[in-house]
Write a protein that binds this ligand. Structure first.
Ligand SMILES: [Zn+2]
Length: 419
């Protein structure tokens, strides 16, 4: 079925060839979508389609691409958050609390929690969400986490090297690179490591990523979150798609990112929730690095699924312009996942987009914490409608549930390995 969305006051395409500025903005626009974007142009020139939706002059933009989340977990760490807000520093040790709760949970409990969070993200405009393991930390629990993550997303990341478990073998890295990797690789597209003091050092991180690459996974890394370690340099050395956090960077780190294809993914929810200094997005952008924004959604250090929240913080406290932040949350995330079909609206791209209850994408930062996403389309199907009391009724029905993988069935499109 082809759907025409017309009377779009401001359409952000992220394709400069299609419109104004780096966001490729088309005014008084229309878009025709099937599975993919089929047509974009002036509303007055729009072709007919099977269904028609009048945006009533509102803004539309690509769905958010959240390239960093940890959704497979059980338990709640609100008390830890409250204690931290009362003055205790964050050291990362709380991960083990979530590991214990995750191991104790049933598959259905974990699955229900992922579904809840993916649905929450979807209603806020997120049409792609990367999901990591990392709260199992045993072969069986990591493989289980990834199997469940793959039910919801194509962008699944093996993070057996999240933290060294208290009950793990002395040479935990060998487990991560051996039996655990073999059990996990069939369910994952990516391999990741928490390269940080107290987690995995640069040598260990290099060995984890190289083992993952040898098993057919693509590398990404948690780098330079708490200290100015060697994570970013390792990311560039191994052509990681993304170096995530990038909070403490040397000039050499900034230059290395600017001269590479590695995206600097900034996760302001983590600094917000640990009351830490934010990464310097301006410095990265001015140097020519590619910047993405993501939520880092996890129960310990950043329990938000909201990309608009990250945009607002990035604009307010990281010196990004509203347009830069919106680009980073859409096209930037797509680059961090090396998915050129996502994060932009041009003919042939994925038909993943959102309609705001606002006249401009600027409102995403200008109106912080207001749920502006009114309607979300994924693969050409309306998957979420909000704030409908303010809009006339349309015939379009809401399809599919909170599944953000390629098919709405429980399949593993990358490798086709049975569950
Ligand atoms: Zn993370």
């Amino acid at each position: 079925m082809r759907v025409l969305i017309t009377n779009i006051g401001e359409l952000v395409t992220n394709d400069p060839a299609l419109g104004e500025g780096p966001l490729g903005i088309v005014r008084d626009a229309a878009i025709v979508v099937g599975d993919r974007v089929e047509w974009i142009g002036a509303a007055s020139a729009a072709p007919a389609a099977d269904e028609r939706l009048d945006a009533l002059g509102a803004a539309a933009l690509p769905g958010f691409v959240d390239s960093h989340s940890h959704l497979v977990f059980a338990g709640d760490r609100a008390a830890e958050f409250a204690a931290r807000m009362s003055g205790e520093p964050y050291t990362g040790g709380g991960i083990r609390t979530t590991v214990a709760a995750t191991r104790a949970a049933t598959d259905d409990q974990l699955r229900a929690n992922v579904a809840r969070l993916v649905g929450e993200a979807l209603r806020q405009g997120t049409t792609t969400i990367e999901i990591k393991s990392g709260y199992g930390l045993s072969t069986a629990d990591e493989a289980r986490s990834l199997r469940i993550a793959a039910e919801f997303s194509d962008e699944v990341t093996y993070l057996g090297a999240h933290v060294k478990p208290a009950d793990g073998p002395p040479d935990y890295v060998s487990l991560v690179n051996g039996e655990m990797l073999a059990a996990c690789a069939p369910y994952a597209r990516w391999v990741d490591v928490f390269c940080e003091r107290g987690a995995f050092d640069v040598e260990e991180s290099r060995s984890v990523l190289k083992a993952g690459i040898a098993a057919g996974l693509r590398p990404r890394i948690h780098a330079n979150q708490l200290t100015m370690g060697g994570g970013v340099q390792l990311a560039v050395e191994l052509d990681c798609a993304s170096a995530d956090h990038c909070t403490h960077l040397s000039d050499a780190d900034v230059d290395a990112l600017a001269d590479s294809d590695t995206v600097a993914t900034l996760l302001p929810g983590a600094e917000f929730s640990t009351r830490s200094p934010y990464p310097d997005a301006r410095r990265l952008l001015d140097a020519g690095a590619t910047v993405a924004l993501a939520t880092d959604c996890n129960p310990g250090s950043s329990y938000t699924s909201s990309m608009p929240f990250c945009i607002a913080v990035a604009v307010r406290d990281m010196k990004m312009s509203p347009s830069e932040a919106v680009w980073a949350a859409t096209a930037g995330g797509a680059r961090a996942l090396r998915r050129p079909d996502l994060g932009q609206l041009s003919v042939g791209a994925a038909a993943d987009l959102q309609l705001l209850d606002a006249p401009s994408h600027l409102h995403l930062a200008y109106r912080p914490a207001v749920p502006l996403t009114r309607l979300v389309v994924r693969k050409g199907t309306v998957v979420s409608r909000q704030r409908d009391e303010q809009w006339p009724d349309h015939s379009l029905s809401v399809g599919a549930g909170p599944l953000l993988n390629a098919s709405s069935k429980l399949e593993l499109p990358h490798k086709g390995v049975p569950k």
